[in-house]
Design a protein around this ligand. Structure first.
Ligand code: PMP
Length: 448
């Protein structure tokens, strides 16, 4: 546990107070960090200002939602304007949702229908899993070790299992990620290692005629930043086609983060269903699933799979999403995001080579992760093998070091960072310099 050195007394005091009315003083597991989380007062563009008046260049981006930066004036104005028209919410169909659905079908490969949800990626994933089971009449879901797909029990396994509990790397155990999930639910969850096409084939053989779907993040951002290779995605597509299972891409984090067609679109692999959220409305709450008409029309009231939710397709979020798409297309945001992510990773890895230390920055588009004690992370085990107390302490020390110098990085279990359209080359180069300084200062701890 690393103490926070610059003045964050206001955050400390607010946390003390918050602990008396909120679980651990926060509104979700990923918001806490020891010794207390930094509480923010204002955010604008790439800047985040904490309650003590410290300003940070921010690489948290609202858990990846703020792809255009915080408080984007045009997006916010679209929301204000919708508020003036409809207030907050009415709950009957409205023109905005049709306009958005048409645009989403146009940009997302394989999207013939979309189903808007209430806001959380969890909702969209839940529908995808249920649809896969309904469409196939089969029970089992294959998920990737280290992948996170929301907080509900159907996918509540092996997000961050201990290596002892996780067992055989090629046939991982299904390890619950929470108490309170029925064992019978998790008995239908089969866990596969990332980037191991042969292991996936073996799992299909072992559970022949039982697999409803394969759920994959095409970039495993849940474990930092691990690109799923083309061979694995192609194999998953082929096995699903062969056995009549559905391929589901969880693009909640990767979708709308870089290009508009998602990581699946970039890889050229089309899923049967995709789940999206986070960046689509630049921080306003919106999630949805999209996919083949034949499957999507199983949703009620067209089909027998229940689909509901009071705030589904909330008009204010839908207005935000439409404006976000406009701005992204007009300003050609995607190439800049890729450029900045590549620049950060190349700079950090060059510094690492010069110093001869054991660390790596992996980037895919605008998301990057700095891992210590290794030079390549291709699956959850590569990360977990290094993730002992020493490496955790280094992760924490890097975060504290950056904060003291006005850069905010948020840790979930790794230091994963999000670049937004408001960052520029100077930000990227400054970050590289700081990380290089940190690596130099911890040369011994990171010796090869
Ligand atoms: N899938 C992925 C890949 C995610 O990153 C997340 C959220 N971090 C979810 C699903 C769940 O989304 P939400 O928290 O919005 O319900």
């Amino acid at each position: 546990m690393t103490a926070i050195a610059h003045d964050t007394a206001g955050s400390a005091a607010l946390h003390e107070r918050a602990r008396r009315s909120l679980p651990m003083g926060v509104t979700g597991d990923g918001r806490y960090s020891a010794p207390y989380p930094i509480s923010f007062a204002r955010a604008q563009g790439k800047w985040m200002h904490d309650v003590d008046g410290n300003a940070y260049v921010d690489y948290h981006g609202g858990f990846g939602t703020a792809v255009l930066g915080y408080a984007h004036p045009e997006v916010d104005e679209a929301v204000m304007s919708a508020t003036r028209e409809v207030g907050a919410f009415v709950g009957v169909p409205h023109p905005y949702e049709v306009a958005l659905a048409e645009r989403l079908c146009a940009v997302l490969p394989g999207a013939e229908r979309v189903a808007l949800c209430g806001g959380g990626g969890t909702d969209a994933i839940y529908h995808c899993v249920r649809l896969a089971r309904a469409a196939t009449g089969r029970p089992k879901l294959i998920k990737i070790e280290g992948g996170y797909h929301g907080w509900h029990g159907d996918v509540g396994a092996s997000t961050r299992p201990s290596l002892n509990a996780a067992g055989d790397a090629r046939h991982p155990a299904t390890v619950p990620n929470s108490d309170g999930i029925l064992p019978a639910v998790l008995a239908e969850v089969v866990v596969a290692p990332a980037n191991d096409a042969e292991a996936l084939e073996a799992l299909f053989r072992a559970h022949a005629d039982q697999i409803a779907g394969v759920l994959v993040e095409p970039v495993l951002y849940s474990a930092g930043c691990i690109e799923i290779d083309r061979e694995f995605l192609d194999t998953a597509r082929r096995l699903c086609d062969r056995d009549g299972a559905l391929l589901i891409f969880d693009e909640v984090m990767s979708g709308f983060r870089n290009g508009l067609s998602g990581a699946g679109g970039r890889a050229g692999v089309v899923p049967d269903l995709g789940a999206y959220g986070k960046a689509v409305a630049n921080g306003y709450m919106l999630s949805f699933l999209a996919g083949r008409a034949e499957v999507m029309t199983l949703l009620a009231p067209e089909g027998p799979v229940f689909y509901s939710g009071t705030f589904n397709g909330h008009p204010l979020s839908v207005a935000a999403a439409l404006k976000t798409l406009d701005v992204r297309e007009r300003d050609e945001v995607a190439p800049r995001l890729w450029h900045l992510g590549d620049r950060v990773a190349a700079g950090i890895n060059a510094a690492r080579d010069q110093l001869g230390v054991e660390a790596v920055c992996q980037a895919y588009g605008s998301v990057f992760c700095i891992y210590f004690g290794t030079r390549q992370v291709r699956d959850y085990r590569d990360y977990a093998r290094t993730a002992g107390p020493d490496i955790n302490a280094l992760d924490d020390a890097l975060r504290a070091f950056l904060r003291e110098r006005g850069v905010y990085v948020h840790k979930r279990h790794v230091n994963r960072c999000f670049i937004g359209a408001q960052h520029d080359d100077a930000d990227a180069d400054h970050l590289v310099e700081l990380v290089a300084e940190f690596l130099g200062a911890h040369r011994e701890a990171l010796a090869r």
